[in-house]
Design a protein around this ligand. Structure first.
Ligand code: GCO
Ligand code: MG
Length: 402
């Protein structure tokens, strides 16, 4: 029996910070897992290095389910983003190893293809409606068949979701940037620019929008109702998800579809949302929701209630996660859509291979396992430096949800 010989926690910053776990077996097989938790990277690195790596050495890399249970149940302290991201890194690395040992791409181990391609949505944004519409046209030009649209609210400097210098990277300050937020201004402004986007895209084109946890439940209900004639593909994170009950109120008032879950890390965090059919798309991801083993369980539960996947795919989820996500998206029956944000150019110097984009869709690697390799020499050139997500403040100076 092969055993786990080595597990290394690798940190690099090719244009943004990434934490990667690399597991090597006694047979010399190598597997990669993403462990990046944006703005809290070193907490996961320490959890892995200090608490999980010592538990891995000498164990059987083939026992993926048992390892998952051992790390989850065995810890006594369960759930939470740091723990679940660390467990995800181990889980994904072991799936990668299993694929490499079998000589099969990961989606084959997950049951094989359910679809020919993984439909993705792009980001389009602007600091003005005109700029936003130009960006929508550029995304269409690049072949995207679904587009998420965000526009800066006049007077709200640094509105989330809006690109600066052609790129959206919210974690770009050594200490959190503090940005003003005016809910009423947003509620008045957003339906108008979404209508302009709908007009540009035409009826039937999948148009998405991220509310980014900014509204109270009743405000979210009002927003959902006001954009109903636009037939959004979804409104994402309309209200903070800490209280799953909140979504009942939104649901009572609007038929605008709802997507939730990018900040959630376990099946228990989405249980009520799914079983009460309070959402339409679940956005939990491989890296933050316990890896392939656990995310597949979430998607299976979702399938029972007609909820489809819509996984988070921002640039803070490394190419290792993107590859794993696309393998899972390819295999599951209830796939909805996959976010595709792309990476800074330097990222391709460190992470080679993985999923490929063509014609508005992502396609899984056909290499064994995940099909991603990590270039140590390149990674060493990009030193980690702390970068925080911003904090939002209301007009009276109090802290709002980001
Ligand atoms: C999205 C997300 C991101 C997050 C980011 C936080 O829908 O893509 O909301 O932009 O803000 O991933 O780390
Ligand atoms: Mg989001």
């Amino acid at each position: 029996m092969a055993t786990i010989d080595r597990a290394e926690v690798l940190i690099t910053s090719p244009g943004r910070n990434f934490v990667t776990l690399r597991i090597t077996t006694s047979d010399g097989v190598v597997g990669l897992g993403d462990a990046t938790l944006n703005g809290r990277e070193l907490a996961v690195a320490a959890y892995l290095r200090d608490h999980l790596v010592p538990l891995l050495i000498g164990r059987d890399p083939a026992r993926i389910e048992d390892m998952w249970q051992y790390l989850f149940r065995g810890a006594y302290w369960r759930r939470g983003p740091v723990t679940m991201t660390a467990i995800a890194a181990v889980d994904v690395a072991l799936w990668d190893i299993k694929g490499r040992v079998a000589g099969l791409p990961l989606y084959q181990l997950l049951g094989g293809r359910s679809r020919e391609e993984v439909l993705v949505y792009a980001h389009a944004s602007g600091s003005s409606v005109e700029e936003m519409l130009d960006d929508v046209a550029a995304a269409r030009e690049a072949g995207y068949r679904a587009i998420r649209v965000q526009c800066a609210v006049p007077g709200s400097a640094g509105t989330y979701g809006v690109k600066k210098n052609g790129r959206y990277e919210p974690a770009d300050h050594a200490l959190p940037d503090e940005q003003p937020w005016d809910t009423e201004a947003y509620l008045q402004f957003a339906p108008g620019y979404l209508a302009a986007a709908r007009e540009a895209l035409g009826d039937g084109f999948p148009l998405l929008h991220d509310v980014h946890h900014r509204l109270a439940p009743l405000e979210a209900a009002r927003f959902g109702r006001s954009v109903e004639p636009l037939h959004l593909f979804w409104m994402e994170d309309p209200t903070p998800v800490d209280s799953q009950d909140s979504f009942r109120l939104i649901r009572q008032h609007t038929t605008t579809p709802i997507a939730v879950g990018e900040t959630l890390s376990s099946i228990y965090d989405v249980k009520q949302l799914i079983t009460e059919q309070l959402i339409d798309y679940v956005r939990t991801t491989v890296v933050h929701a316990g890896g392939i083993t656990h995310l597949r369980r979430i998607f299976d539960l979702a399938d029972l209630y007609g909820v489809r996947s819509g996984s988070h795919g921002a640039s803070d989820l490394s190419p290792v996660t993107q590859s794993a996500a696309v393998h899972l998206d390819t295999a599951i029956p209830n796939f909805g859509i996959q976010e595709h944000m792309g990476y800074p150019d330097l990222v391709a110097e460190v992470f080679h291979g993985g999923a490929t984009y063509a014609g508005g869709a992502l396609h899984p690697s056909e290499e064994p396992g995940l099909g991603v390799t990590y270039d140590d020499a390149a990674a060493a050139r990009f030193e980690y430096s702390p970068k925080y997500l911003p904090v939002a403040r209301r007009l009276d100076g109090s802290v709002h949800d980001w």
